[in-house]
Design a protein around this ligand. Sequence first.
Ligand code: ZN
Length: 172
Amino acid sequence: MSVKTILTEPNKILRQISKSVKGVGIEEKKLMDDMLDTMYAANGIGLAAIQIGIPKRIIVMDISKDENKKEPMYFVNPVIKKKNPEKATYEEGCLSVPGQFAEIERPNACDVEYLDYKGKKKLLKADSLLATCIQHEMDHLEGILFIDYLSKLKKSMIIKKLSKNKLNRIVV
Ligand code: ZN
């Protein structure tokens, strides 16, 4: 298991549409292990494979509040089967949009079909934070970031800010 570099906006790779995987094999399990390590190291609650540059439809999440009791969740080839017409608003952030937050409205519940870590087909009935989180992560698989829901002005302000904060910039 290893911690990978998380790509940040405006990196174009984040805009790629991820591809389904054939199943869960050794390669996919290693990827999920690395993704989980990377997510925990960055104090995130969700991460999609494309955020570490791998365009595969794989997501890891852990929305448990207790630091000592980790509850990792793995979603391979997730598909939303049903969305509730009622909405919920959360203030969202993203490991690929560091330091930026915005209130985003999404369906407050959804059913998701996916393969788990063992490659078993599962159906999850998600609501509240879990529903928001899975929808945010599934957007990544389509190359969509939460800032895409904001006004053009707000979005361009955020991208401008992020472009200035290059992580590797040094002054010596
Ligand atoms: Zn995100």
